[in-house]
Design a protein around this ligand. Structure first.
Ligand code: D5M
Ligand code: FE
Ligand code: ZN
Length: 489
């Protein structure tokens, strides 16, 4: 970069520069990218004139932001990225445009059709009947598939359930003495699609078995032929006073191969992707009294702040981001990607990929479904035995339901789009969520179920709710072996 090139760029941005600062800038910026970065940082500070002292100060503060030296040998660096984002299963830019909003009848019909098809693959349900047909065949055993309109325990400790399909509704019952089936029924929530086997007697379908859509037993599993790894994170809440910047910077330094022993570095060299499952920033006006807990009160500035961290990442890492309930997009699910208006840098950067919530990806063929996880609040309160401290359990329940947010009328606002984007149509190799701020994982029928925790310390609200977050515990999945390790920062 020579003086006139630098001068020109600064003038383009209407920034006054003192001639003595040019040498300093020339020394610091050998590429256009570096100059862009300096320009951006200067603009944030908006000095009346750029002096050599000003440049030095920015540079010192920037010590930990220095670009990674490219010649470092790294596995991930040598491999081309292979990212496929299933945009057809993403609500982004479909919702606001052409009056796509449908009605709830269509919305639940799509859910019914898709999940009934999955349920019918099971032998027992292959010849299931419509509800009206079963009602006309009293005392005969039959199978039905439908949406759960109501489920509750009666005062005599039977479980009473109302099921609906396109032909009609039926009242169903699990007798109080069938303890095993009653236990299974505890996992049933309103508005999900289930299959029932039983017999219709005296206006009641007596249930003998309940079926969730579930995952097939021996499905083909995809692994990456290349030795690359994926880091899963979520719930940074940048801008909130509890965001743990130092912890996050440790993670960044580890990725930059600046921290850890040989074995740790070996894993770090494989990391090619970071998937962020929402709540990137704390947002503004999300909950009462939030203002008092914000250190950055402007949401655009919150995103700029996080973008500074993204810039510190090795340049061979791709970052894929879905929003959460604190991000700059609509609250109703499915959520379109974080809006460009609030995070323009993200859209200009080729290594950052913005998608909706939920999002469905393939990384080197490995299928990843990421969903922020707000429905976990509803599932944890609806199903006995589910706890905030072990979110993989309610996540597994959702996986078996093949739906990310089945309950309508709970804490999750659902938008009745023309399609049900929250269905889990194809079983993923990795099901990823966040929201509950607790890292947890388990595996189930060849799927890894992972909650990526948080980088935020306990908030006053979480203290009142007795939620104990586990900040800085980052799940890393080797996409070649599909083995997961949790790195603590
Ligand atoms: O959610 C952070 C954590 O707080 C997560 O565990 C859910 C819990 N949470 C959030 N809002 C509520 C409400 N309204 N009731 C109960 N629990 C809640 P975050 O999305 O990061 O704020
Ligand atoms: Fe969060
Ligand atoms: Zn959240």
């Amino acid at each position: 970069m020579n003086h006139s090139e630098i001068l020109l760029r600064f003038l383009e941005h209407n920034i006054n520069i003192h001639p003595t600062a040019l040498d300093e800038i020339e020394r610091l910026c050998s590429t256009n990218m570096e100059l862009d970065k300096l320009l951006r940082k200067t603009k944030e500070k908006s000095p009346s004139v750029v002096t050599p002292e000003f440049v030095k100060e920015i540079d010192e503060k920037d010590e930990r932001l220095k670009p990674v030296i490219k010649r470092r040998k790294s596995t991930a660096e040598e491999i081309d990225s292979q990212i496929k984002i299933h945009r057809e299963k993403d609500i982004t830019s479909k919702s606001f445009t052409s009056g796509q909003i449908g009605n709830f009848v269509d919305f639940f019909n799509i859910r019914y059709e898709k999940l009934a098809k999955i349920l019918k693959k099971r032998e027992t349900l292959a010849s299931s009947s419509l509800i009206e047909v079963v009602k006309n065949r009293p005392s005969e055993e039959g199978q039905i598939i439908g949406i759960v309109n109501d489920i509750r325990q009666t005062k005599n400790r039977h479980i009473f359930l109302v099921l609906e399909d396109p032909s009609g509704t039926i009242k169903a019952l699990i007798p109080n003495k069938d303890e095993a089936l009653k236990r299974k029924a505890k996992e049933v929530v309103k508005d999900e699609i289930v299959g029932l086997k039983g017999t219709y007697r005296k206006e009641l379908f007596i249930i003998e078995e309940i079926f969730f859509p579930d995952l097939p037993h021996n499905r083909e599993i995809r692994k990456s032929p290349e030795p690359v790894a994926l880091a899963l994170i979520s719930d940074l809440h940048v801008g909130n006073m509890q965001f743990l910047e130092d912890t996050f910077l440790k993670f960044v330094r580890w990725l930059r191969l600046e921290e850890g022993g040989r074995a740790e570095k070996e894993l770090a060299t494989k990391v090619k992707y970071i998937v962020i499952g929402g709540d990137v920033v704390d947002g503004v006006g999300i909950y009462p009294e939030q203002k008092d807990e914000l250190v950055i009160k402007n949401i655009k500035h919150q995103y700029s702040k996080f973008y500074q961290y993204l810039e510190m990442l090795p340049d061979y890492i791709d970052v894929i981001i879905c929003p959460g309930n604190h991000d700059a997009t609509r609250q109703a699910e499915p959520q379109p990607a974080i809006s460009e208006e609030f995070a323009p840098q993200y859209y200009e950067d080729q290594r950052v990929h913005m998608a909706g919530n939920p999002m469905s990806l393939e990384l080197h063929g490995v299928r990843v479904t990421s969903y922020h996880g707000r429905s976990l609040d509803d599932i944890i309160s609806a199903i006995p035995g589910m706890k905030y401290s072990r979110p993989a359990k309610p996540m597994l329940s959702l996986l078996k339901k093949r739906h990310l947010s089945p309950l309508y009328g709970g804490k999750v606002p659902l938008a009745p789009e023309k399609y049900d984007y929250l269905l889990i149509e194809e079983p993923p190799e990795i099901l990823h969520m966040g929201h509950v701020h607790t890292t947890d994982s388990r595996s189930y029928r060849n799927s890894l179920i992972i909650n990526s925790g948080t980088f935020q310390a306990q908030t006053a609200f979480q203290k009142r709710m007795n939620i104990q977050p586990t900040p800085g515990r980052v799940p890393i999945v080797d996409l070649n072996s599909l083995k997961m390790t949790v790195k603590e920062f």
